[in-house]
Structures are given as C-alpha cells and as structure tokens.
Design a protein around this ligand. Structure first.
Ligand SMILES: [Zn+2]
Length: 293
C-alpha cells in the first residue's frame, strides 16, 4: 500500500496538470471502488476548477471552486497516469501511459490543461468522495486522523504525548493512523532503525512519567521526519507496481536499511548485527536486534 511519500509523489506529479485547470469532462466507468462513488459524482465535478491539490496522511484532497473537496485514497493498487495526445512533454513531466490494463481504468478526468488524468485500480480498494471544505476536518476520512508527521505540529513532545501510557509495541503505534498519519510498514521499520529503537518496545516507554519525551522519542521524531523527506526526494519507493504518475519509478527502495533485507548485514557503521523479521499486528517487521534497543 502506498504510504505518505508515495502519495506525496503522486500529488506532485498531478499538481502541474490539475491545479488551476478545469474538469471539462469526467468519466466514471463503474458504480463503486471500495465504496460507492457519491451520488451524481461525474456531474458534480464537471465544469469545476481545481483550485489546489493537497495531501493529508495518505489521502489526496483536491479543492474545487464551488467549496467542495474531492477526497481520494489510492487503496492497495490505485494509481494515476497522465496522458496527452502524442506523448507531449510539458512542465517537466513525460506524458506516457504506464503499461496498465485499461480494463482497470475506472475514472478519467479530462482537464482543460489538455491532459487526461486516469485513475487505474485493479483491486478496487481505492476511494473517491466529495466533502464540503468546511466539513472536511470532521469528515469520516479525517476526524480521527492523527498528527501530520511533516507538519509544524509534529516533534518529540507531540510524539511522546501521542504514545504516553500505551502498552502496545512502538511499531504498532507508528502504524496507527489515529496517532500519526501517513506511516506504513516500510517507513515505520526504517524510522525505528534510524532511531535505534526496538520495534518491540512498549510505545509508552518513549514518554517519561510526566509525559515528556525521552531521548529515544527525540531520535524517533527526527528519524520519522528525515526518512519521509528523503523518500519524497527519491520519488517514493517502488515495490511491485507502484509507479510515479509520469511512469518513472521512485528510487527510495535502494536506500532501505532494514526493510526487505532479512538475513543481510545491518547497515549501521560498526554494528555486526543481521536484519531479522518478526510479525507484529499481522505485518512483517524488519529490524536489527543488535543495535535497536
Ligand atoms: Zn544493527
């Protein structure tokens, strides 16, 4: 499933062709994805201008000029590709189709910028919804969502406050979107390794009795921010078929320290540990038992 860096990469790919452009025509080729499309979905979008394309956690949020927001989640296998006639190159994006089965093209946005933005989702766990801007923070998508890890409000103190008193392993807490938004299995594993924190540690152990951040909380907050920023800089991680909207592959998977490296040597200088796996909350955790405490 795409995590925050992959969704942010998709947002940056779509922004130049969607922001400021009008939706001339919208094709919706089925009644639902994970849930039904909202009533009269295509009709409500047609003629609207996208005034801004933002992101919250793993969701895209396109502001429209009538005060509604088009909320999009990519689910397990959703992707966008940007098409233009003749594969025209413009605004730094190579417009060429990702080699994907057109049978899974479920929504097509015909933009006044001259491109077609095509949503392809073979497994149909994606989601699209329309929510009035004023109700967005209280919508079912965002009301329980935790702090944005790249936002100004996120730091060691906020992390400690979020995990204080929690007996669940810190790895599970990092995956809980109600605490911190946008982290998934890959970046939770990588951030814990960077911070030298064991994934098995109780989440609450990162806060003192009075709820202040420990040194480990300070390292982890910094690691979360740095791993997400570096991954965004690399265009996200490409696993199986996660592709950028311009068809190029994200490259952060080459920088993984632990994820997908079971049995290989730990990459920390001076550590002779071996990357090991355990299953936590049904997900495989990759970590180094020697330097992560
Ligand atoms: Zn190690």
């Amino acid at each position: 499933m795409p995590e925050l860096p992959e969704v942010e990469t998709v947002r940056r790919g779509l922004q130049p062709v969607m922001e400021g452009a009008r939706l001339l025509k919208v094709e919706v080729r089925r009644a639902d994805l994970r849930v039904p499309f909202p009533p009269r979905f295509a009709r409500r979008l047609t003629g609207r201008t996208v005034t801004g394309l933002g992101r919250r956690g793993k969701y895209l949020a396109a502001d429209l000029d009538d005060g509604t927001v088009l909320v999009i989640h990519l689910g397990m296998s959703g992707s966008f590709r940007v098409e233009a006639n003749g594969g025209v190159r413009r605004a730094g994006i190579t417009y060429r189709a990702i080699g994907k089965d057109a049978a899974h093209d479920h929504v097509v946005f015909h933009m006044s910028s001259g491109v077609r933005v095509v949503f392809n989702d073979p497994r149909r766990f994606g989601l699209m919804d329309l929510v009035p801007r004023s109700e967005l923070p209280h919508s079912r998508h965002f009301r329980a969502m935790g702090v944005e890890p790249l936002g100004n409000a996120f730091d060691a103190a906020r992390l400690a406050e979020r995990v204080a008193g929690r007996k669940a392993p810190i790895k599970a807490a990092l995956l809980d979107q109600r605490l911190i938004a946008g982290l998934g299995n890959i970046y939770a594993c990588e951030a814990l390794w960077r911070a030298r924190v064991s994934p098995k540690r109780a989440a609450g152990s990162l806060a003192t009795k009075t709820g202040k951040p420990t040194a480990a909380a300070g390292r982890l907050a910094e690691a979360i921010r740095s791993v997400l920023e570096e991954a965004i800089g690399a265009g996200g991680s490409s696993l199986r078929d996660h592709m950028r909207t311009d068809g190029e592959l994200g490259e952060f998977q080459h920088a993984f320290a632990v994820y997908d490296r079971e049995g290989e040597p730990c990459r920390r200088h001076g550590c002779r540990g071996t990357v090991t796996t355990i299953v936590q909350s049904g997900r495989t955790t990759f970590y180094c038992p020697r330097c992560q405490r």
